[in-house]
Design a protein around this ligand. Structure first.
Ligand code: GRF
Length: 202
């Protein structure tokens, strides 16, 4: 299974995916594409011998033009799967449709709670007793596509957005490689009724 991973930043989830690669894993990361030239994830990719490409969104007139160029860049690597790993751009419906059923995202909240940004602070503000992260198929609704896997962490007394983010990140690094591997193994697919694992609804 050939994957292209999209990043904008640190790329710790990319690193977890790289660390999950091995003889027994059918996943191949063909390229890492970033919209930011200074994303540390690019260094992680280079260290792992993975091709990288930077496509600066600021060089394009609008979202449509950027997404068009992004599709061209990604499709050059002929991926079976596109993995969003901290890619901080909202994607156009045309982009999402183009990769329908082969586009995954990880979001740092227990969706459908806390879609969008600043999820850790928002979980604290809402006095949630539990928080976590979710992997989902991407649909045209922002952070609203069919869920694949979630991990729950407790919110501890005295937590800050930073301590909570650390706890959630550790779980992200566990569940994202798991979900991506399911896809690579051909066990995970998107159907009309939602995400299916081995034919069973998740
Ligand atoms: C993660 O918290 C992920 O859930 C969100 O963006 C962050 C990316 O972190 N979509 P990293 O670049 O993988 O370290």
């Amino acid at each position: 299974c050939n994957a292209v991973v999209l990043i904008s930043g640190s790329g710790s989830n990319l690193q977890a995916l790289i660390d999950s690669l091995g003889e027994d894993n059918p996943l191949r990361i063909r390229a890492v594409v970033s919209n930011r030239a200074d994303a540390y994830g690019l260094t992680r990719a280079q260290n792992a011998g993975i091709a990288t490409q930077v496509l600066d969104h600021k060089a394009f007139a609008d979202r449509e033009a950027f997404d068009c160029a992004l599709i061209e860049a990604i499709d050059g690597f002929r991926p079976d799967l596109v993995v969003l790993a901290g890619f901080m751009r909202i994607l156009t419906p045309a982009f999402v449709r183009h990769y329908s059923g082969r586009l995954l995202n990880i979001h740092p909240s227990l969706l459908p709670k806390h879609k969008g940004l600043n999820t850790h602070q928002r979980a604290l503000d809402a006095q949630d007793s539990e928080h976590g992260c979710s992997v989902h198929f991407v649909s045209e609704e922002l952070d609203g596509g069919p869920l694949i896997i979630q991990a729950v962490v407790p919110v501890e007394p005295g937590d800050t957005a930073e301590t909570l983010a650390l706890r959630v990140h550790m779980q992200e690094h566990r569940i994202y490689p798991t979900a991506v591997r399911w896809f690579a193994e051909g066990r995970l697919r998107l159907a009309a009724e939602g995400a299916l694992l081995d034919g069973e609804k998740l």
